[in-house]
Ligand binder design. Structure first.
Ligand code: SF4
Length: 864
């Protein structure tokens, strides 16, 4: 049994992994890990389904040719050295990832900032929480998260800002639910969408996009007017500029937030009544052109009312990625040097002396969006991308693809052979994946945990830190990169945090700088800064005081005629980023098999969209196609689309091409949540789906998306003109039926042993059968008979269980509703007792709660 951590979100759950075969593993939550105490969400629970070697990059590649490590790394070192020698250090760049371990990050940062001499290293965490970092730095003088998860257990009021916690940080959500049950903690959710999280709140503020700065500024002004500021705390621990209080008087709370005044009043009174308040904020706050000001508006409200540094209270940024925090600590962001240092002369000298380096960067480098602009216009000529997929995930991803196409030399280190980004690589380097690599990560509450190897390194894969150090040695920096283990890297990193620190920065891990290899191997999770690093009210500013930071209200979005709507983007419950890992799990793929564009029914009528039809969402940057889902949880005039689909698994639903390159002016974080957009029905002549035992290669000019099932693949398709059947179906014995009048064609293909190898269902005007039964036939030794296969359903069908809600026990929506009705179930717990749903990972509990509510009180269709 190996103790390790989950590779997905920033909750950082501990896992006990028991290897059960060459590439199989049993996963359980680690009962003693402080982040989760045994809990896991659906993504963590089903990690075992993602550890196979399908699609892995297992050998170094130069172009499309397999290469030796020596040849590949010599080429990388030579091209980076030549580029820097000819064009200067800033002509090179690294774009790295919150998936890297701290040791990988440390070595990459040291090579770029300390030895190449440029600060052009930035991380995809820029897209996730850079605004929170900037807000922390402005308020506390250092990137300090002042809370711990235990504060959630002790709060009387929890406010979630821009966070669909039930889907995106499910184990934190379970902790919040436990606190509500145990001590009656109240929950306020501030989100333009009525998400599953918002459904469960005591108060949902369905705010206008980017209305948060106004909301928290109005909250602070109200607390001041009511005499609820903590004057003692302000006097002793906070620096307030003379004009700060004038700056908070100018907002029109209702007008700037789009909220009714009675809702605002209720929120303000809750805040006034419950000092033990934790405000969690996440991507909905950060991914904005005013994300840093949102963070500071939240922190201002906490500082001014003294709700910080005490149990059960504080502003709490939660990160999206497993090691976003580790990256922040070692300088993964272009505007940080290392060990939480900036670019002052003293800090640059400290880094240079510590590393004994020839050329430390003296100024911040280019942040992600600016970095790809510099690649596009030729200023950056050599780019190394590690463990991330910017051709999908960056805003205006079409521009990023152009930039990669133009770049003289692109290196990609990854675990997957064919990603959208890897297509542009001159050199691909095979890296270790989760379950193979060894090192540390830091979660959202500053707990450092070990990720440990479960499997041997497959093929020729190597650790990222090892690959980077090898390149550095080939660039003539042998001594500085002579690491022989991740423990050696960790010792050096820990020592650097203490070097000339003298209490200036809270991040000081120097007591771990002499840790032995054996101690590193058995390292238990521990939290730097302790549970409440600001408990003494002392920050890392010159005078030790925090600062109230004046913020600005964003200008209201003017709705143009061409793009009259606002597009919001985000995650699905069971998928992670670009699905290179979670897309391998059949169970996780069942929660959502296609990317949906969610719109309010009134907008659907206005734009002639139908539930289940296809729609094209367009922005000035490009367009994408989605299945339409009507949702009264959407504000009118707004669309929501998921971020996960790539060119590898769809032809149309790639959302990254839509948002513009707008960024927050302080943090450089892109504004993914509020893009000007339009929507229109996508006209198609036919709709179809294909199930196939072999992964199909869809080379048709049509809309398609694919997900994996237990025994094969499901492909949804639609298009114009004729359907090229031969391009879709394998060899084998075919049975088929055609109805010319209705434009229906159904074909099943069986192999020599009579097993179903593929089935295609096409219609021009009718309906298509449900997917579950026919998909399941792919795994049957004796599949249904011919008439059943062509009908797409059993002759004596079991009741339709509907779309899967509980992926752990494979229980569908209709099955849950039937149980609620038949057994008069009135709670999630009762449903769990009756049919098990929601009793394992718990990720579906908000959805079950909604079903209980809706079944008890059927929704009346209101006249719009
Ligand atoms: Fe992994 Fe889920 Fe825990 Fe996040 S909440 S770390 S995805 S198990």
């Amino acid at each position: 049994m190996v103790k390790t951590t989950c590779p997905y979100c920033g909750v950082g759950c501990g896992i006990t992994a028991t290897r059960t075969g060459a590439r199989s593993v049993e996963i359980r939550g680690d009962d003693v890990h402080p982040a989760n105490m045994g809990r896991l969400c659906s993504k963590g629970t089903h990690l075992g389904e993602t550890v196979g070697l399908e699609g892995r990059l297992l050998k170094p590649m130069i172009g499309d040719t397999q290469a030796s490590w020596d040849n590949a790394l010599d080429l990388v070192a030579q091209r980076f050295s030549e580029t820097v020698a000819k064009h200067g250090p800033d002509s090179a760049a690294f774009y790295v990832s919150g998936q890297l371990l701290t040791e990988d990050y440390y070595v990459a940062n040291k090579l770029m900032k300390g030895f190449i001499g440029s600060a052009n290293i930035d991380t995809n965490s820029r897209l996730c929480m850079a605004s929170a970092v900037a807000a922390h730095n402005r308020a506390f003088g250092e990137d300090i998260v002042p809370c711990s998860y235990s504060d959630l257990d002790e709060a009387d009021l929890i406010i979630l800002v821009g966070s669909n916690t039930a889907w995106c940080h499910p184990v934190i959500w379970q902790r919040i639910e436990a606190a509500r049950e145990k001590r009656g903690t109240l929950l306020v959710v501030i989100d333009p969408r009525r998400t599953e999280t918002a459904e469960r709140a005591d108060l949902h503020l369905q705010i206008r996009p980017d209305g948060d700065v106004a909301l928290f500024t109005a909250l602070l002004a109200t607390m001041r007017n009511r005499g609820k500021l903590d004057e003692d705390y302000l006097r002793d621990h906070v620096n307030v500029s003379e004009d700060f209080w004038d700056s908070i008087c100018c907002c029109d709370a209702a007008g700037d937030t789009g909220l009714e005044s009675d809702i605002l009043a209720e929120f303000f009174t809750l805040f006034e009544d419950f000092p033990r308040t934790v405000t969690l904020f996440s991507q909905g706050a950060n991914q904005s052109a005013c994300g840093t000001d949102k963070g500071n508006a939240i922190i201002n409200a906490h500082l001014a009312t003294g709700r910080i540094g005490k149990p059960g209270m504080g502003p709490f940024s939660i990160t999206g990625q497993p090691n976003a925090m580790g990256g922040r600590e070692v300088g993964g962001l272009a505007n940080m040097l290392a060990a939480h240092m900036g670019f002052s002369d003293d800090e640059c000298a400290a880094a240079q002396d510590f590393w004994a380096s020839p050329a430390v960067a003296r100024k911040p480098g280019l942040k992600a969006v600016d970095m790809f602009r510099a690649v596009h216009d030729g200023r950056i000529k050599a780019l190394w991308i590690m463990a991330t997929n910017p051709a999908v995930s960056m805003p205006d991803a079409g521009f990023v693809r152009e930039a990669l196409e133009r770049c003289e030399f692109v290196v990609v280190s990854d675990v997957i052979a064919n990603t959208d980004t890897a297509r542009f690589a001159d050199v691909r380097l095979p890296a270790l994946a989760w379950g193979e690599k060894d090192g540390t990560v830091t979660n959202s509450e500053r707990v450092i945990s070990r990720q440990r190897a479960i499997f041997d390194a497959p093929g020729q894969t190597r650790a990222d830190w090892d690959i980077i150090a090898d390149v550095a040695r080939r660039m003539w920096h042998e001594d500085a990169f002579a690491y022989d283990s991740p423990a050696a890297v960790f010792r050096e990193y820990a020592a650097q945090t203490g070097f000339r620190n003298e209490g200036k920065r809270l991040l000081d891990l120097s007591r771990w700088s002499s840790i032995s290899d054996a101690e590193y191997d058995t390292l238990r999770p521990w939290q730097w800064g302790g549970p409440s690093p600001l408990a003494k009210g002392r920050c890392s500013t010159r005078d030790g005081k925090a600062r109230l930071v004046p913020v600005s209200l964003p200008s209201v979005n003017v709705r143009g005629r061409k793009f009259p709507l606002r597009l919001n983007t985000g995650r699905y419950r069971d998928q992670w980023h670009t699905m290179t890992r979670t897309g391998l799990s059949p169970r996780l793929s069942r929660h959502r098999s296609e990317p949906l564009a969610e719109v309010h029914p009134a907008d659907a009528r206005k734009y002639e969209l139908t539930e289940g039809g296809l729609a094209r969402v367009a922005t000035a940057q490009g367009s994408a196609i989605y299945r339409v889902a009507l949702s009264k949880g959407q504000r009118r005039g707004e669309i929501f689309a998921p971020i996960h689909w790539t060119d590898q698994i769809s032809s149309g639903g790639r959302t990254g091409r839509l948002p513009p390159q707008n960024v927050d002016p302080v943090s450089g974080q892109p504004a993914f949540k509020n893009s000007a957009a339009s929507i229109a029905p996508a006209a198609v002549d036919w709709r179809a789906f294909l199930v196939s035992a072999e992964k199909p290669n869809i080379a048709l000019d049509c809309y398609w998306t694919q997900v994996c099932g237990e025994h094969g693949w499901l492909v949804e398709m639609a298009g114009e003109g004729a359907v090229d059947i031969e391009a879709l179906l394998p060899e084998g014995q075919r049975i088929e039926v055609q109805d010319g009048a209705r434009g229906t064609l159904r074909i099943a293909v069986r192999d020599d042993e009579g097993r179903l190898s593929a089935a295609l269902f096409v219609t021009r005007s009718g309906t298509l059968p449900p997917r579950e039964w026919i998909l399941a036939q792919l795994g049957e030794e004796k599949p249904g008979h011919a008439a059943e296969l062509l009908a797409g359903r059993a002759a004596n069908p079991a009741p339709d269980d509907g779309p899967v809600v509980c992926v752990c026990f494979d229980i569908g929506m209709y099955a849950i509703m039937r149980a609620i009705t038949a057994q008069s179930l009135t709670s999630v717990e009762a449903v769990g007792k009756a049919i098990n749903a929601g009793t394992n990972c718990g990720s579906c509990r908000p959805a079950i709660a909604k079903l209980v509510e809706e079944t008890k009180h059927p929704v009346q269709e209101a006249a719009e």
